[in-house]
Every structure is written in structure tokens, then in C-alpha cells.
Design a protein around this ligand. Structure first.
Ligand code: NAD
Ligand code: MG
Length: 388
């Protein structure tokens, strides 16, 4: 029996994790669930899944949740604030890191520093902290398992064993291309937030949906893959594959390419990470090769989707450039979702932040989070001077 802390329980990954674990009550016991400000969906989760603890990042929402659960006769204990997020992240056998954005850095690292089994969906945490994160994994002997479908695919196609990269030449990340893959530059200038959050293949939270549409998601995944698997950016290719059936590939020195395939359903990589090295049913539909139709592949167009090139550039620059990239992107995406800026301005703002915000190498997380804040302030200043 594994105990589980589910950070970001009310999100898309959180919901799908609850679906998978509820199929295996003999294997998993939910210890803690967490959410940000919306307490009603967390209340429903508490009543249905009966975790020992629930944490709301927002203290006012925590009070509302506590009152509601008491009236409903629930015995789930309710805690509030960021310290409590870190506390529960470090208490279970396994922590599912499914908070969106840099807000997940500290809770995810708390699980790592407690030497836990950490299931990483929150790619931004790794993109922001990079070497510090991987050093903490090694020092505290945490077990880091990818949830991102591409990284799960690569993890499954790598040789395993003592030399994790034995015979490996390159990794290849597949990208769906997002909802605007075939749009002209002119059309991209006019797309709305409502169009951007409607992904053709995956059902995801709003931020990652916009990242998918700009290809920043693939850029973040390139950085994530570089840290997870210990390969430089030039040994990681990206190919657009609109059907999202091949979830990523590993190319070996002898010319073999191993790929992992499946229907586009996050329950598969979630189940892979939960049960590893065993295999459990996930509830995902099986692939039907006779109905699948054509699988196609094409090169990404970094002219129309410059975010991918910006991410590669930040990875190569090193230091905290990837923290600047991520923070600027989070702020720009939020502005786009609020209708304050156009789609193509996301890349422009990220580019300006990379050119203007100093990104030195940092030796601790507090310093990295200072850089994150500086990049956010820079984007906020750009936005307010633009609004004047
Ligand atoms: P989502 O927006 O659906 O959910 C985000 C969760 O994080 C919610 O539970 C929310 O309450 C919590 N949260 C947000 N801000 C917070 C804060 N400041 N403090 C504490 N909690 C906060 O997002 P999602 O689509 O589930 O994605 C979660 C993570 O998983 C992201 O990093 C994303 O890139 C990654 N991911 C998602 C998918 C997918 O299919 N959804 C696939 C691969 C990777
Ligand atoms: Mg992915």
C-alpha cells in the first residue's frame, strides 16, 4: 500500500490521477490533496476520496472548506498556506506534483528533499530550478518519475540498467502542433484565448493549453528532457506529429528508433509512473491500429512559433535563463488569457525578458525565485507601459 500526496488535485492531471488510483484501492491510499483558491471542487474530492488532509494555498478558501467539510461530517483535516503544501508534500510515500507553474517549485522540492517517490507533471518546477532540482534528487535519493507523456515515452524507451543512456544517440520529442498548426502568421495574430484553450487531442488546464498552441509547451519539455535524461539540447529533436499517437522516441547509435504509442490519454503515463516498475490498468482506451488512419510527421516552424526557439536558446544560455523564460511566459500567457495581449505578443514578451533580465547562475532556490520575480516585474512593466 502506497500513501499519496496529490498536489494540484483539482486540476486536469489531479482529476485523472484520482481516476487511476480509484481503480486500485488495494494499492494506493490518498493521504493529502491540495488546491489553490477554489475550495468547492476540493470539497467534492474530499467527500468522495476521504484523504486524511486537505490543503488550500489560500487561507480564506481553507476556512470555507473547513466549515463545509465539518457540516458534511467529514473527518479530513484542513490546512492552509504554502508551508502546509510543503509539509504534506514531504509526508507521503509518493507525491504527485501537479500544480501548474512556478508555484509548484517549493512543494515539489519539499518532496524531493524528503527523498520521496516524486511523480513530476509540474514541468515548470524543473525548468525553473534545473541543476538545483537534479542535485537535490541525487543528494536526497528521491525517485523522480516523469508524468509528462513525452518524457514517460522516453523513460519507457530508454535501456534501463546501470548506464541509463547506453547506446543512445538522440531523443525525439513529438508535438501535436496545437490547434493553430496550419494557421498563417496573419491568422495567428487574430486568434482568441477561447480558441487557444480548445486543444484538438488533449484535455488540459488553460495555461498548458496556451503553451501547446504557442509551442512553448514543447520548449519547456525540451528543457525538462535535458535535465531529466542528462542530454544537451542538441541531442534532443522536436518533430510535429498531429495525431498524438507516437508520444516520443529514442534513437540508438545502431539506427534503431524505439517509440512508445498509445491513445492521447494522460491516464496512461500517470499509471506508468504510479506503478513503476510494475504495470497497472489505467482506464485509457486501447489503440486500434485498424482505425487509426495515417500517422504523419513534419518539422516545427519556428518562424510562426518562435517560443520553441526561445526555449532552446534559454537552455543553451544556461544560468537562470530558463527561469526567466518560464516566468515571462507565465505572465504573458495570463495576460493573453485575460484578453490584454494578442497571441504573437506572448513570444515577443518572452524574447524581451530574455534580452533584458539578468540571468546569472544561482546557488540556491531563494536566489532563483528572485530572478523569477524580476522577470515577472519586467513583463508587468512592459504590459503597463503598453496599456498607457
Ligand atoms: P490545471 O490548471 O488544470 O490545474 C492546476 C492545479 O494547480 C489546480 O489544482 C490548482 O488548484 C493548482 N494551483 C494553481 N496555482 C496554484 C498555486 N499558486 N498554489 C497552489 N496550487 C496551485 O493544470 P493541469 O493541466 O492539471 O497541469 C498541471 C501541471 O501538469 C502543469 O505543470 C502542466 O504543464 C503539467 N502537465 C499537464 C498535462 C495535462 O494533460 N493537463 C500534461 C502534461 C503535463
Ligand atoms: Mg507533454
Amino acid at each position: 500500500m502506497q500513501t499519496l500526496a496529490l498536489l494540484g488535485a483539482t486540476g486536469s492531471i489531479g482529476e485523472q490521477t484520482l481516476d487511476v488510483i480509484s481503480r486500485h484501492p488495494e494499492r494506493y491510499r490518498l493521504f493529502a490533496v491540495t488546491a489553490n483558491t477554489r475550495w468547492q471542487p476540493l470539497a467534492e474530492i474530499c467527500l468522495r476520496h476521504r484523504p486524511a488532509v486537505a490543503v488550500m494555498a489560500d487561507p480564506v478558501a481553507a476556512d470555507a472548506l473547513r466549515n463545509h467539510l465539518r457540516d458534511a461530517g467529514s473527518d479530513t483535516e484542513v490546512l492552509a498556506g504554502e508551508d502546509s503544501l510543503e509539509q504534506v508534500a514531504a509526508e507521503a510515500d509518493t507525491t504527485v506534483a501537479a500544480i501548474v507553474g512556478a508555484a509548484g517549485v517549493r512543494p515539489t522540492l519539499a518532496a524531493v528533499k524528503a527523498g520521496k517517490r516524486v511523480l513530476l507533471a509540474n514541468k515548470e518546477a524543473l525548468v525553473v530550478t534545473g541543476q538545483l532540482f537534479m542535485d537535490a534528487v541525487a543528494r536526497h535519493e528521491a525517485t523522480l518519475l516523469p508524468v509528462d507523456s513525452e518524457h514517460s515515452a522516453i523513460f519507457q524507451c530508454l535501456p534501463g540498467g546501470d548506464d541509463p543512456l547506453a547506446g543512445v544517440k538522440k531523443l525525439c520529442l513529438t508535438a501535436s502542433g496545437g490547434p493553430f498548426r496550419t494557421f498563417s502568421a496573419e491568422q495567428l495574430g487574430a486568434v482568441t484565448a477561447a480558441q487557444a484553450v480548445r486543444h484538438p487531442n488533449w484535455d488540459m488546464g488553460p495555461k498548458i493549453s496556451v503553451d501547446s498552441a504557442t509551442l512553448m509547451n514543447k520548449g519547456l519539455e525540451l528543457i525538462e528532457a535535458s535535465w531529466l535524461f542528462g542530454l544537451p539540447g542538441e541531442r534532443i529533436d522536436v518533430v510535429v506529429h498531429p495525431q498524438s499517437v507516437v508520444h516520443s522516441m529514442v534513437e540508438y547509435l545502431d539506427g534503431s528508433v524505439l517509440a512508445q504509442l498509445g491513445t492521447p490519454d494522460m491516464k496512461t503515463p500517470i499509471a506508468v509512473a504510479l506503478a513503476w516498475p510494475e504495470r497497472i490498468a489505467s482506464g485509457a482506451q486501447a489503440l486500434d491500429f485498424t482505425r487509426m488512419g495515417e500517422l504523419s510527421f513534419e518539422a516545427p516552424d519556428v518562424q510562426r512559433f518562435p517560443c520553441l526557439a526561445l526555449a532552446r536558446q534559454a537552455l543553451e544560455a544556461g544560468g537562470t535563463a530558463t527561469a526567466v523564460l518560464n516566468a515571462a511566459n507565465e505572465e504573458a500567457v495570463a495576460a493573453f488569457l485575460e484578453g490584454r495581449i494578442g497571441f504573437m505578443e506572448i513570444a515577443e514578451l518572452v524574447n524581451r525578458a530574455l534580452e533584458s533580465v539578468l540571468a546569472p547562475r544561482c546557488r540556491n532556490i531563494d536566489d532563483v525565485m528572485d530572478i523569477d520575480r524580476a522577470a515577472r516585474r519586467y513583463v508587468a512593466a512592459c504590459l503597463s507601459s503598453r496599456d498607457e
